[in-house]
Design a protein around this ligand. Structure first.
Ligand code: SF4
Length: 150
């Protein structure tokens, strides 16, 4: 991260949200909630990171090098919404195609492809996946999250 969570929080306190908004850190945050859980002042740091990502998306002010992160997050959420759980093969293909379309770098299509046999052997990636039975519940979860975001 170019800024650690406490630095992002300090920028927000000082009214320098633009610097925080354009940091790499907000896209490298994986929302693990560790900073929120450990903050001695009970600041919801992970929530602030979420807010900044949504603001950057709304303003379309995402650094080119962070585009793959955005593509991955969209592909992941679309995948879960459609299947109710992750279909790893579909997610991988959508992610790679999405990054390629945005960056026009063909290397993305084959990046990490050499890992696939090992991942298959260790059953860390599956060629098929079941869909969630209660799709209406999945839709309700997405609808509820959408109405509470920016
Ligand atoms: S939520 Fe986790 S990954 Fe994100 S800033 Fe906090 S500690 Fe880092």
């Amino acid at each position: 991260m170019d800024l650690v969570p406490s630095q992002v929080m300090r920028l927000m306190q000082l009214g320098q949200s633009e610097r925080a908004l354009h940091s790499q850190a907000i896209w490298q945050c994986v929302s693990c909630q560790t900073c929120t859980a450990r903050c001695p002042k009970q600041v919801d740091c992970a929530g602030v990171m979420d807010f900044l990502r949504e603001k950057a998306l709304a303003e379309d002010s995402i650094a080119p090098e962070q585009q793959p992160v955005v593509v991955f997050q969209k592909a992941f959420l679309d995948n879960v919404r459609r299947n109710g759980r992750v279909n790893e093969l579909e997610l991988t293909m959508r992610f790679k195609a999405g990054v390629f379309l945005r960056t026009r770098q063909a290397g993305w299509l084959f990046k990490d492809a050499g890992l696939a046999p090992q991942l298959r052997k260790r059953e860390r990636i599956h060629l098929t996946s079941e869909k969630a039975q209660d799709r209406a519940l999945v839709e309700r979860i997405f609808a509820r999250c959408s109405s509470s975001s920016l």
